[in-house]
Design a protein around this ligand. Structure first.
Ligand SMILES: Nc1nc2c(ncn2[C@@H]2O[C@H](COP(=O)(O)OP(=O)(O)O)[C@@H](O)[C@H]2O)c(=O)[nH]1
Ligand SMILES: [Mg+2]
Length: 242
């Protein structure tokens, strides 16, 4: 059976945040009129993330755990997106920094006729709660580079909540090459080149001080990734599945 919605949760060292998030997601899904599956994708954790997800999966038929050997959020999201069966496929950060109830705003009947809906912390109507200034400004700096070098037009490509129609997900994530934090930019770059209809959904976003991002090291490799996207495009590497 094809579920209406697949929720894909990339999880790295999330033993602390994952149980509560999964409980909230299951409670939310029970109240919805549609069918859904949840895929937790773990890779490279040093803690009990996989065990936590597995024990949840044993108790809930619509929850499953996927694992990858190498690290990287992009790699995890890719395998989740391609393993998922839902008509709509939703990336969801394990910290639920956006309340899960907002998900319905990314789906019919509330949102019709779009290929991709991305959560935005910058679009009019969005609110950020509790974010320290240095995180905000490093994010704004990165967005400036994203718009300059790769994807014009979006004020926030990095928010961890994005919804794809099944066929669009199959096309884009098959061609994805970046395995780390910059995969969102690559996916949106390919989406615009393919002419998919992308809309931004302004959300309330609650900063969670626990972060897997290492500000200095990760921003350098993310900058290089932006250049890689351009280079891959010129070399025709996106013409066929990776
Ligand atoms: N599977 C997987 N998930 C990751 C990896 N790195 C980050 N994540 C997940 O990506 C999401 C966002 O991470 P988070 O630390 O909240 O980043 P921030 O909100 O941008 O500070 C969380 O669900 C993380 O568990 C990784 O290497 N593998
Ligand atoms: Mg977070």
């Amino acid at each position: 059976m094809t579920p209406f919605l697949s929720i894909i949760i990339p999880a790295h060292n999330e033993e602390r945040r994952l149980p509560d998030s999964l409980r909230r997601i299951m409670t939310f899904l029970r109240e919805q009129p549609f069918t859904a599956e949840v895929l937790v994708v773990e890779n490279g954790s040093q803690d009990q993330t996989a065990e936590v997800a597995l024990s949840f999966a044993r108790r809930h038929a619509n929850v499953q755990l996927l694992r990858e050997s190498r690290r990287g959020k992009g790699l995890a999201v890719r395998s989740g997106m391609l393993e998922a069966r839902g008509t709509y496929r939703f990336i969801c950060d394990a910290d639920l920094s956006m309340p899960i109830e907002e998900v319905t705003r990314f789906l019919p009947p509330q949102l019709e006729g779009v290929d991709i809906a991305i959560a935005s912390r910058e679009a009019p109507g969005a609110v950020r709660y509790g974010e320290p200034w240095y995180r905000h400004w490093s994010g704004r700096g990165f967005n400036w580079l994203v718009r300059l070098l790769a994807v014009p037009g979006f004020r926030d490509t990095q928010c961890g909540f994005k919804c794809f129609r099944a066929e669009v997900a199959e096309d884009l994530f098959r061609r994805q090459r970046l395995e780390g934090w910059t995969f969102d930019v690559e996916i949106l770059f390919l989406a615009l080149k393919a002419g998919y209809r992308v809309v931004e959904v302004p959300i309330p976003w609650y900063f969670d001080p626990e972060s897997r991002v290492r500000l200095w090291r990760d921003s350098m490799s993310m900058l290089l990734d932006l250049i890689r996207i351009r280079r891959n495009w010129w070399q025709g590497l996106y013409d066929a599945p990776n």
